[in-house]
Ligand binder design. Structure first.
Ligand SMILES: *[C@@H]1O[C@H](CO)[C@@H](O)[C@H](O)[C@H]1NC(C)=O
Ligand SMILES: *[C@@H]1O[C@H](CO)[C@@H](O)[C@H](O)[C@H]1NC(C)=O
Ligand SMILES: *[C@@H]1O[C@H](CO)[C@@H](O)[C@H](O)[C@H]1NC(C)=O
Ligand SMILES: *[C@@H]1O[C@H](CO)[C@@H](O)[C@H](O)[C@H]1NC(C)=O
Ligand SMILES: *[C@@H]1O[C@H](CO)[C@@H](O)[C@H](O)[C@H]1NC(C)=O
Ligand SMILES: *[C@@H]1O[C@H](CO)[C@@H](O)[C@H](O)[C@H]1NC(C)=O
Ligand SMILES: *[C@@H]1O[C@H](CO)[C@@H](O)[C@H](O)[C@H]1NC(C)=O
Ligand SMILES: *[C@@H]1O[C@H](CO)[C@@H](O)[C@H](O)[C@H]1NC(C)=O
Length: 437
């Protein structure tokens, strides 16, 4: 047989294997492996969910994840290796290690890219199964009710019915949702959703794990103050459980014809999606919080200006340019804006910096405020201190900002009156006309 004929046969065999490889059904046992090469998929028994490999980004990065069957990999509900992607489609695979753990491997590395990482497993009797509620479990084959590990305990950005978001006092890591970085990058983004760490029975949205920008309001037994939609009714059942061992919210649906999930998206909004399991139809978008993108903390990054609700909500002030075009195109504005010409404040021989006036803005919150001084004194206070990046002034106050400005926003037209803010810029290479006076 000639080399070419052999190659054709080989490719045919591969293709055939790819077509018939979807035979893993709902469990994976020791000795079996799930490979990228064969596009292997584990199906949940009722056919609601699938687990397999998906690719994102350019060059493509490979992840192990779970998606709703109806929407294929369009809406990934769980990712195993969000922080540690695979890149070799020929050797990447999921299998059992000697000690009974699930491991994600690639030929290039002996160290797993992800693992269930448990000790003292009955190494010969573990199996993995994808349940029909979307929970991927590592269990004892000889006693299916013994579950060693489950994906519901390690949510990524999505809470399916049955996921308990909260804290258990046995000292396990709090279960929270963390957004994807961009719609093309499942690695942990800046936005997260979790139970209030100070013990209030409410959930919070945080930027960079520290700055709270929205909360659900306290649970009143039926719903949360700021999400009246989340009440127990004939469709949903919500249960907020708080006892000496754990605190969490869990929800379910009375009618399984309707399916739903909650997730925090890469632009910081927490939202509900629903779909009908029995007809071909797209997702139904439920409510989202905060309702407006403008209320997502630091969405536009340092020095970025939020404009409106359009598809391109972030802008840079004059004299600045987007930190990264590529990320901006992928709806990640967190890099914000950079000065085209760095400030020369420390350089005594350089021309003096000047200020760009931006009119009617909602002012960033993190200012140092000083009591009333004249506009000139306020400007002088800023220009004479190299750590000052902007100032604003009105009849009662002089406000000075240091470092990056976050949450610059144009005041909405009809609504509240904005204030003028003066942004420090380098005199170098600037074609803009400096502020007179
Ligand atoms: C697991 O199975 C292998 C092969 O059947 C056997 O040699 C080994 O002793 C078993 N290990 C345990 C812990 O049962
Ligand atoms: C987020 O917080 C960390 C410190 O916890 C800091 O190093 C990092 O720069 C912050 N990220 C952004 C985008 O500000
Ligand atoms: C808390 O955990 C202890 C020990 O597992 C158990 O005995 C107790 O019933 C639990 N309490 C509740 C309210 O579930
Ligand atoms: C569930 O919803 C579907 C579609 O709305 C309906 O046809 C069905 O009767 C419902 N089942 C129950 C048990 O309520
Ligand atoms: C996040 O959700 C909001 C509300 O549904 C939507 O307007 C926005 O486009 C979403 N962001 C992304 C990146 O899909
Ligand atoms: C953005 O959209 C939300 C929801 O549709 C609306 O409530 C809000 O007023 C809009 N904000 C602006 C600045 O247009
Ligand atoms: C500049 O401002 C910072 C922060 O307000 C302050 O700590 C520092 O002393 C100021 N420097 C001068 C020279 O005033
Ligand atoms: C001056 O600005 C501060 C901060 O934005 C604001 O709280 C205050 O009401 C303003 N005062 C006047 C007189 O506009």
């Amino acid at each position: 047989m000639g080399n070419d004929a052999f190659l054709v046969l080989f490719v045919l065999l591969l293709l055939l294997r790819a077509c018939f490889s979807v035979n893993v059904d709902d469990t994976l046992s020791k000795g079996q492996s799930l490979s990228v090469m064969n596009t292997d998929i584990i199906f949940s028994q009722g056919g609601n969910f699938e687990l397999g490999f998906f690719k994102r980004g350019i060059p493509s990065k490979i992840y192990l994840g779970i998606w709703c069957k109806r929407f294929h990999s369009e809406r990934i509900v769980w990712v195993a290796n969000r922080e540690n992607h695979l890149s070799d489609p020929y050797t990447a695979r999921l299998e059992f290690s000697e000690d009974g753990n699930l491991v994600l491997l690639e030929a290039s590395s002996k160290k797993p890219f992800w693992s269930t990482n448990l000790q003292n497993l009955p190494s010969n009797s573990t199996e993995a199964a994808l349940l029909d509620d979307g929970n991927f479990v590592l269990r004892d084959r000889s006693d299916l009710s013994t579950i060693f590990w489950e994906s519901f305990d390690h949510p990524t950005d999505t809470a399916l019915p049955g996921v308990k978001l909260g804290i258990d006092k046995a000292g396990k890591v709090p279960k929270q949702l963390i957004s994807w970085k961009t719609s093309e990058d499942p690695s942990p983004g800046l936005f997260s959703y979790r139970l209030d760490p100070n013990g209030r029975s409410e959930y919070i949205l945080e930027w960079n794990r520290s700055q709270v920008y929205w909360n659900t309001g306290v649970w009143n037994g039926k719903t949360f103050g700021n999400t009246p939609e989340m009440r127990t009714n004939t469709i949903f059942h919500y249960n907020f459980v708080s006892n000496e061992n754990e605190t969490y919210l869990i929800y379910s649906l009375y009618n399984t014809s309707l399916r739903t999930l909650f997730f925090i998206n890469s632009t910081g909004q927490f939202q509900q999606l629903a779909w009908l399991s029995f007809v071909e139809s797209p997702f139904i978008r439920g409510w989202a919080r905060p309702e407006s993108l403008s209320d997502v903390y630091a969405l536009c990054g340092p020095f970025g200006i939020y404009r409106d609700n359009t598809s391109n909500p972030c802008d840079c002030p004059e004299g600045f340019e987007p930190f990264s075009d590529i990320e901006t195109r992928l709806n990640d504005w967190s890099g914000g804006c950079l000065r085209k010409h760095p400030l020369q404040c420390e350089n005594r021989n350089a021309k003096k910096d000047w200020f760009l006036k931006i009119s009617s803005m909602k002012l960033p919150v993190n200012s140092n405020a000083y009591l009333a001084v004249s506009a000139q004194r306020c400007e002088l206070a800023c220009i004479s201190n190299c750590s000052c990046t902007a100032y604003a002034h009105n009849s009662s106050r002089c406000m000075i900002w240091e470092g990056a400005l976050l949450n610059l926003q144009r005041a909405s037209d009809g609504g509240e009156a904005g204030q003028d803010i003066y942004l420090r810029l380098s005199a170098d290479g600037n074609t803009l006309v400096p502020k007179a006076g």
